[in-house]
Design a binder for this molecule. Structure first.
Ligand SMILES: [Zn+2]
Length: 322
């Protein structure tokens, strides 16, 4: 990897390159933008290039420092993620960072702390981090990544230089996918379904998520009368329920979209364009809006640990209702 391989984030990459060129790399940064658009990759490339022994504009990927970062073995590059059942970054993790920052870098370069998904950091942890964010010791850089600022304290935000990352274009994702070993037809479908997130498109490719679409659309859209059978509910609970509901959401979203436009490029389920156009005609706009809302509510209930069988059953009843 190098900066050259980061797609669609020219503004952020240019800002970072300028900072490096002007020897202005210091303090704390927040990489802000949707999931799966390159924030983590960019943070690693940045850590690599500011420690690269060649000192070129792009990391060389061959010096000892670059090789260590690439294999996640660099003693001065720390990567932190939310963890545990609560999927959060707790104060203990931040205390570790503060302790590490009190030591001199092990190697000659800059010490980089990459704290991912900081919107999941507890308030206590954020408060503990403030002093370090405000004024990291010499040669210490903090990079926070977040998909939104809702969970971040204003005092955290105000201490970081914010670099914005943006959703990618469908064509950019398609082009990237086709650079790998993937059929054109799949690249087109995945790039539409990914809603601007390359990470999401790669998940489609690697995890076979599209197969879930066939099942969930069949069970909850076509065969609604079968819903009250135990088997259908149980199958979805055993399967990947969050992904399934996301697929169902995309399906209903497309039905609604196709009531407003004939342009196929606006669809996510691009491979089912003619089916979607014909089914959309059978439902009113109001009904489709209500259905979308129901699916979104179900997703929210399940996140809050509502019993999945009850949540799916209720959703099915609502979808069936005229
Ligand atoms: Zn290097």
């Amino acid at each position: 990897m190098s900066f050259k391989n980061i797609i669609g984030q020219a503004i952020a990459v240019r800002s970072l390159k300028n900072l490096i060129a002007q020897d202005q790399v210091r303090g704390s940064y927040l990489f802000l933008g949707p999931d799966g658009v390159g924030k983590r990759t960019t943070s690693i490339e940045f850590a690599k290039v500011i420690n690269c022994e060649r000192g070129t504009e792009d990391p060389c990927n061959t010096c000892v420092s670059c090789v260590k970062v690439n294999s996640a073995n660099h003693p001065d590059v720390f990567t932190i993620y939310p963890e545990g059942a609560s999927y959060s970054i707790k104060i203990e993790k931040i205390r570790d960072i503060i302790y590490q920052a009190s030591l001199k870098p092990y190697e000659a370069g800059k010490r980089v702390f990459i704290i991912n998904d900081t919107e999941e950091m507890t308030e206590e942890a954020q408060n503990a981090l403030l002093k370090l964010l405000e004024e990291p010791p010499r040669n210490h850089i903090l990079i926070l990544t977040a998909s939104n600022t809702a969970g971040l304290l204003p005092t955290v935000l105000s201490r970081c230089k914010v670099l914005k990352f943006y959703s990618l274009g469908q064509d950019q994702i398609q082009e990237f996918l086709q650079g790998g070993d993937i059929e054109e037809e799949e690249a087109i479908l995945f790039s539409h379904m990914a809603l601007g997130s390359l990470g999401r498109a790669i998940d489609f490719k690697e995890k076979g998520i599209i197969a879930l679409r066939e099942q969930v659309v069949n069970d909850f859209f076509f065969r609604k009368s079968a819903l009250f059978r135990e088997k259908v509910l149980t199958e979805h609970i055993d399967g990947e329920i969050a992904e399934s509901l996301y697929m169902l959401l995309c399906w209903y979203r497309d039905l609604l979209v196709s009531k407003f436009t004939d342009a196929q490029r606006n669809l996510l389920n691009i491979d089912k364009a003619s089916e979607i156009a014909s089914y959309a005609g059978r439902f009113s706009k109001e009904k489709l809006e209500k259905d979308l809302l129901n699916i979104m509510k179900t997703i929210a209930y399940l996140r809050r640990n509502m019993n999945p069988k009850i949540a799916l059953f209720n959703m099915a009843v609502q979808l069936k209702r005229a």
